[in-house]
Design a protein around this ligand. Structure first.
Ligand SMILES: Nc1ncnc2c1ncn2[C@@H]1O[C@H](COP(=O)(O)OP(=O)(O)OP(=O)(O)O)[C@@H](O)[C@H]1O
Length: 243
């Protein structure tokens, strides 16, 4: 690994992921963790961090990776690239293909159907491979965007929990990058020379998430701490000052 700056950055990046894992007790002794890998920077970084941590003899867990290809969405980073990373890390990769029959599910937006099908395939793989946890590459900025989306478009206050028990607690979703920012995963990807992934999706259009992203950028011109503060607000609810 390169220069001093990079070493310090990597140490801090791994520390933040480790702190989230510790704070929320995300990984337990002897567990097999399934990492959902899209080929984008966040999930490639997550796979690497979890696989490298698992090499520590004091950490008793194993990692399996899964990539869900979507039939009518072409990714410029294909699964061969993910396979090569998995080979280097000594991690098993499972690849499945799902299709997005948007018309048959009329009334539901394509992005919703696609993401639902991908998530379902990941749950199935987790079950088949005996994984009790599914790790996703969402980070702090994703959580902040989700909070605003939920408030603005649904009239609810909700976001992405770092740890979510599902199916009567038999299975848990974890987000070890919950303390890490988008800028940090971008920097990680640059240091590690990850190939940029381009999605060539026929359904890609201006989404609510894009709108919220732009809004947050504008809010940042008023205060550089806006994302940090919105994230902190989720852990600092003053119930008595709410209706
Ligand atoms: N095709 C896929 N196969 C496996 N896992 C996926 C796939 N798409 C998304 N995921 C998982 O869900 C997480 C969130 O998906 P989303 O599409 O919001 O990611 P993103 O913001 O583009 O991040 P990434 O850089 O990891 O693609 C990803 O980080 C990854 O863990």
């Amino acid at each position: 690994m390169g220069n001093k700056e990079e070493k310090l950055f990597m140490r801090e990046f791994f520390r933040k992921a480790g702190k989230a894992i510790y704070d929320y007790n995300m990984i337990e002794e002897g567990e097999k963790i399934l990492v959902g890998v899209s080929g984008g920077k966040d999930s490639l970084a997550l796979l690497e961090v979890l696989a490298l941590r698992a090499r520590d003899p004091k950490k008793h867990y194993t990692v399996v990776a899964a990539h869900i290809a979507v039939e009518n969405v072409v990714y410029e980073t294909d699964h061969i690239y993910i396979q090569e990373l998995c080979d280097r890390l000594g991690v098993e990769l499972i690849v499945r293909t799902v299709n997005t029959e948007v018309k048959e599910n009329s009334g539901k937006p394509a992005c919703f159907v696609c993401s639902w099908n991908r998530r379902k395939a990941l749950f199935e793989i987790a079950k088949e491979w005996g994984c009790t946890k599914l790790a996703l590459g969402h980070h702090r900025d994703d959580a902040v965007e989700s909070l605003l989306m939920s408030m603005m478009f649904n009239g609810t206050m909700a976001s992405m929990p770092p740890k979510l028990a599902m199916f009567d607690g038999t299975f848990t979703l974890i987000r070890p990058f919950i303390y890490i920012t988008n800028a940090e995963t971008t920097q990680y990807a640059a240091y590690r020379n990850f190939r940029k992934q381009k999605k060539l999706c026929p359904h890609e259009h201006a989404t609510n998430r894009d709108a919220v992203r732009r809004l947050l950028q504008e809010m940042e011109t008023f205060s550089p701490h806006v994302r940090n503060n919105l994230f902190a607000a989720m852990k600092n609810i003053q119930q008595e000052y709410l209706p």
